[in-house]
Design a protein around this ligand. Structure first.
Ligand code: SF4
Length: 352
C-alpha cells in the first residue's frame, strides 16, 4: 500500500506563497531562540515576526525599580533579585548604582534562594523582587508560605507579578496570530487560548527547540491561509489543556488579582498579582510603607512601542548608538529575554 508523505515544517515554510502574516512572539525566549537558531533567515518575506510583552523584566515599569532603590537606600534592606533587574534604569538610579552607593544587592536564581539568604542572615531585613508571569509566580508563593511556616520575620517580597490573559486582550489586533508562550501555558493550560479563539484571535502554543518553533510557524502558515481563526497546541509534550493544577492552586491560595502597570501597555485591570491580606506581613510595600512611585523612563527609549509590536528595536533612535547591552537605556536591552538585546546580539542575521 502506498503511503502519502506529509510535508515537513521546513517544506511548508520554504514553499509558503500565501498572504502576509504578522506573528507576535509573546515570549522573549521565543524571540531569542528564533534569532539564535537562524529561523528568521528561512522565513519568506511576507512573514513578519514582531515582539510582544512576554519578557518579565522588560514589562516591569520604571516605578518598580524606584521602589526597589528606595527600599535598598532609604530603608536599608537587602534586596535579593534576579540579575537582570540590577541593571534596569530607574528614574534616577538603577540597583547597580544603588549598590555603588552602599546598598546591599544580592543576586539570586530563585525566590527560594532569597528565602535561604534571609534564613541565614537573620540580622538583615531581606526583600525579594518578585517579578514574572505565571511561570515564576508559584515559586514566590512557595517561598512566602515557607517563611510563614518557619516564622521567618526578616523576609518579604515586593510584588510586580503579572498574568498574561488581560495583556492578550489589550494586544488584540496587533498581530494576525500569537505565538503563545509555552512556559506560561504549561502552568495555566490552554483555556485562555480557546477563549481568545472564540473572540476571533488566532495563535499556537510553541515550544523552544528548532523543530518545535518551525512546526508552530508552519502550522500558522497553513491555518492562516485557510482564512478562519485557529488555535493549535504545538507543545503538547509539556502543555496540557488544564495546565499545572498545583501551580494554579498555590497562586490562588497566596495571591489575589490586582491592577498592574505594564511598561508600554499602561495599567491593565486585574493583570497583576498581589499578596492576599493573610500574608500582609510579607508584603514589602506595607512593611516599609513604600510611597507610591510613578517612575520616568528615558524619553528617547521606545521600549513601550517595542513591547506592543508597534516598532522594531532598530527603529529606536538610540538603538546601538546610546543603548547597548553594556550601557542599556531601557529594560528591553538589559534582559536576556528582551527584544532589543536579541536584535543587538543577532541583528546581523536580519534580512531587512
Ligand atoms: S534600543 Fe534601548 S532605548 Fe531603544 S527601545 Fe530598546 S532598550 Fe529602549
Amino acid at each position: 500500500m502506498e503511503t502519502t508523505k506529509l510535508p515537513s515544517a521546513m517544506d511548508i515554510i520554504k514553499k509558503y506563497d500565501g498572504p502576509a502574516i504578522r506573528i507576535m512572539e509573546v515570549c522573549g525566549t521565543h524571540t531569542h531562540e528564533i534569532f539564535r537558531l537562524g529561523i528568521r533567515q528561512i522565513l519568506p518575506p511576507q512573514i513578519e515576526l514582531i515582539s510582544g510583552p512576554g519578557c518579565p523584566v522588560c514589562v516591569t515599569p520604571v516605578g518598580y525599580i524606584d521602589e526597589a532603590v528606595y527600599l535598598a537606600l532609604q530603608c536599608g534592606v537587602t534586596i535579593c533579585t534576579f540579575g537582570d533587574l540590577v541593571r534596569v534604569p530607574g528614574s534616577a538610579a538603577s540597583l547597580a548604582v544603588a549598590r555603588s552607593r552602599g546598598a546591599r544587592i544580592q543576586v539570586v536564581y530563585s525566590p527560594m534562594d532569597a528565602y535561604d539568604y534571609a534564613a541565614t542572615h537573620r540580622d538583615e531585613q531581606v526583600v525579594f523582587l518578585s517579578v514574572g508571569f505565571e511561570t515564576t509566580t508559584p515559586a514566590s508563593c512557595l517561598a512566602v508560605k515557607k517563611a510563614v511556616r518557619q516564622g521567618l520575620d526578616n523576609f518579604s517580597i515586593l510584588t510586580a507579578n503579572k498574568t498574561m490573559p488581560q495583556a492578550y486582550e489589550v494586544l488584540k489586533g496587533s498581530a494576525d496570530a500569537f505565538l503563545y508562550p509555552g512556559h506560561v501555558q504549561a502552568v495555566m493550560g490552554t483555556a485562555i487560548c480557546e477563549k481568545l479563539l472564540k473572540d476571533g484571535i488566532s495563535g499556537v502554543v510553541a515550544g523552544f527547540t528548532a523543530k518545535e518553533l518551525m512546526t508552530a510557524l508552519a502550522v500558522i502558515m497553513v491555518k492562516f491561509s485557510q482564512g478562519k481563526p485557529f488555535f493549535k497546541n504545538c507543545y503538547p509534550r509539556v502543555v496540557t489543556p488544564q495546565g499545572s493544577r498545583t501551580g494554579q492552586a498555590v497562586m490562588e491560595q497566596v495571591m489575589r488579582p490586582c491592577a498592574s502597570e505594564w511598561r508600554g501597555l499602561g495599567e491593565i485591570p486585574a493583570s497583576g498579582l498581589a499578596l492576599r491580606p493573610a500574608y500582609n506581613a510579607y508584603d514589602a510595600r506595607l512593611k516599609y510603607t513604600v510611597p507610591e512611585m510613578h517612575g520616568h523612563g528615558n524619553p528617547a527609549c521606545r521600549c513601550g512601542d517595542v513591547l506592543q509590536g508597534k516598532c522594531r528595536p532598530s527603529d529606536c533612535p538610540v538603538f546601538a548608538k546610546g543603548c547597548s547591552p553594556e550601557h542599556p537605556v531601557g529594560a528591553c536591552m538589559v534582559s536576556h529575554e528582551g527584544a532589543c538585546s536579541a536584535y543587538y546580539l543577532y541583528g546581523g542575521m536580519l534580512h531587512e
